[in-house]
Design a protein around this ligand. Structure first.
Ligand SMILES: Cc1cc2nc3c(=O)[nH]c(=O)nc-3n(C[C@H](O)[C@H](O)[C@H](O)COP(=O)(O)O)c2cc1C
Length: 328
């Protein structure tokens, strides 16, 4: 029965506006992580139907911020690719969305779920769940300027006493949004507790546009099945993909990847990070990735301890190379 669910899912397509995505699996937007280099790694393992960029501030993009420009790189092998924008000013959001459409995005997603203080204090991300009028204005304004698929990514509400996912779902459906990505937690929960599958099933039963379930998918046997039982039209994965960029292949085919393969990938990725980014950003990203990857590597804790002292990107690379040598 469960295996049937997965077999059916593998063959499924989800229609998001003019796009048909198959399998209906999505790499989530992940700040600082889901850049072009990482998206290509995930695509190479296979099993992912569509990738998302990290969130891009509409303000920063439309004001020509240099660091934001580095977030715009993508390669044709990543397609179809959605770019995600974050902000609260409808006109700036629309301007950013158009710039990204012109750049070659296959779809635009608006972030209405980010719980981080940096984002919510200026009214974006999950703060929009407390101001549905503003959320509706953003949706209408962005929809009007786009000819490519347009989606929103939400949480359930600010807290358990203010669940708005059905209201925002209706607004989205009425205003021509093509799909909803739903992380089944509230803003208040941040990443604690567990995802609420009932909320996802509830939203799915009330709107006609596709609902993509997101939250806590880490394996094939349990969490994927639970998410598919909500009858969602597709699944989106973030954290498990950072630890295991082959997670999509693993949940669809049930195949694990050997440590040796991951080590080779890290080495290639780190060389590219050093090439593409300025030193400080390269160092920051390498530390971040190594600390996530270390959670699926044997004796990974040793790596995390050594990372504290690494002051340059080359020093981070050395931590990795020493670890790799010691494993032999
Ligand atoms: C480090 C990190 C960065 C994230 N960045 C973004 C982001 O840029 N935009 C967004 O909509 N969600 C972001 N998220 C949320 C994820 O996309 C996803 O909704 C959440 O992690 C739940 O999925 P998971 O259980 O598969 O990790 C981020 C999550 C993490 C852990």
């Amino acid at each position: 029965m469960n295996n049937n669910l997965i077999e059916e899912f593998k063959e499924k397509k989800v229609k998001i506006g003019s796009l048909e995505i198959s399998p209906p699996t999505f790499l989530a937007p992940i700040a600082d992580i889901s850049d072009s280099i990482f998206r290509q790694i995930v695509k190479e393992f296979g099993g992912v139907g569509c990738v998302f960029s990290e969130m891009i501030s509409a303000d920063a993009l439309t004001r020509g911020c240099k660091k934001t420009a580095l977030m715009l790189n993508f390669d044709h092998t990543e397609k179809p690719i959605f770019f995600q924008i974050v902000g609260k000013d409808p006109l700036r959001m629309a301007m950013a969305a158009r710039m990204l459409e012109d750049l070659g995005a296959d779809g635009i997603d608006v972030n209405m779920g980010c719980p981080s203080k940096n984002v919510t204090k200026s009214g974006g991300g999950s703060a929009l769940l407390t101001d549905l009028k503003k959320a509706e204005e953003i949706i209408k304004t962005v929809r009007r300027v786009l000819s490519i698929p347009f989606t929103i990514k939400i949480r359930a509400g600010w807290n358990e006493n203010s669940l708005v996912y059905n209201e925002i779902g209706k607004i989205a459906e009425n205003e021509g949004v093509d799909a909803i990505f739903f992380h089944g937690r509230t803003k208040k929960q941040m990443y604690s507790g567990s995802v609420n599958y009932e909320w996802i099933a509830d939203l799915k039963s009330r709107v006609k546009i596709p609902v993509i379930g997101n939250g806590d998918i880490v394996d094939r046997e349990e969490s994927l099945i639970k998410m598919l039982e909500t009858k969602c039209d597709g699944v989106m994965i973030a954290r498990a993909a950072i630890k295991k960029p082959w997670i999509f292949k693993e949940i669809l085919e049930g195949k694990e990847v050997e440590v040796e393969t991951l080590l080779n990938i890290i080495e290639k990725q780190f060389k590219k990070l050093k090439e593409v980014y300025p030193e400080n950003l390269a160092k920051h990203k390498m530390k971040l990735f190594l600390s996530w990857y270390s959670r699926s590597l044997p004796h990974g804790k040793k790596i995390r301890l050594q990372l504290n002292d690494a002051k340059t990107s080359s020093a981070v690379f050395d931590v990795f190379l020493k670890y790799k040598d010691n494993l032999k």
